[in-house]
Design a protein around this ligand. Structure first.
Ligand code: MN
Length: 286
């Protein structure tokens, strides 16, 4: 199932070229009071409400996909966990570029660890990526985004994929320079997630997906998740050995070679096999 958020916090199920409006589901969700959970309430209830979602989709109003403003399918992730260089070809690229080496510990993830991005950096396909420092280099990075479905605390590699709610296309937009990764990658709109969440049952093996990024129609990045140094199951096991992953937490799995600078006006098309194509545009700070 493909689940999306659109047109100002409406909830949808994507079928073919249409969205079926299932916003009514939100009224049936458990009611939360203060203190609000530090996880995403919709994702936390997704598997329990899956049957109801299917029912509502049958009667849902149809909205053509091309006419909808798509937002990040996860509204309130508690954290965004990201893998630094996790494709061998990108390691070589990073080591050969002085600007990319600056401020980056480059090594095996088991040694340098994962980093966190601010949740306030989240954006969806309908939001422009805003260049806050147009005089500095800002790069695109396409990544498979994994959305956690239930609390994962010290899970084994063998069990790890059972904790996944689904997958999405992610853009880990990166300001180059000397600051910590967590700061340079946390600017507003620098984590684009979309176009929807594909539930995990549709992708039994996330380790064999083609991914490709075009900028203004020109191919910049192209690889397959087979090339990941640390695969999705290992990333979940490793991350959850340090902290509990919560429903709605997003795991950005790293980017292949071909990263490059963005300019205002650029149009990005990021595609991942079995997930979909995320289209986003780049603009100056409003
Ligand atoms: Mn990245």
């Amino acid at each position: 199932m493909r689940i999306c958020r659109f047109n100002g916090d409406r909830l949808g199920v994507v079928r073919g070229e249409n969205i079926l409006d299932v916003t009514a589901l939100l009224k049936e969700m458990p009611h939360y009071t203060y203190p609000f959970p530090c996880h995403d309430a919709l994702v936390a209830n997704l598997s329990a409400m899956r049957g109801r979602l299917e029912e509502l989709a049958l009667e849902g109003r149809r909205v053509p996909l091309h006419a909808a403003r798509l937002m990040s399918p996860v509204a309130n992730p508690g954290k965004i966990v990201a893998a630094p260089v996790n494709y061998a070809d990108h390691v070589a690229e990073a080591l050969n570029d002085p600007l990319m080496r600056t401020g980056n510990a480059i090594g095996h993830i088991r040694e340098v660890g994962l980093f966190l991005k601010a949740t306030s950096s989240m954006a969806g396909p309908s939001d422009a990526i805003r260049l806050r420092y147009p005089d500095r280099r800002t790069d695109h990075e396409i990544e498979l985004a994994v959305v956690i479905g239930r609390p994962a605390d010290r899970v084994s590699r063998a069990d790890a994929l059972e904790y996944v709610a689904g997958y999405s296309v992610g853009l880990d937009i990166t300001l180059r320079g000397p600051e910590e990764r967590s700061m340079r990658k946390s600017l507003d709109t620098f984590t684009v997630i979309g176009p929807w969440l594909v539930t995990a049952d549709e992708i039994p093996d996330p380790g064999e997906l083609d991914l490709e990024l075009l900028v203004n129609g020109e191919k910049r990045q192209s690889s397959n998740t087979r090339q990941l140094t640390m695969d999705v199951a290992d990333l979940i096991a490793f991350a959850s050995s340090f902290y509990t992953l919560m429903p709605g937490d997003i795991l950005l799995t790293g980017t292949p070679a071909g990263v490059g600078p963005l300019q205002a006006g650029d149009i990005l098309e990021a595609s991942i096999e079995k997930v979909g194509t995320l289209r986003a545009r780049v603009a100056r700070l409003a």
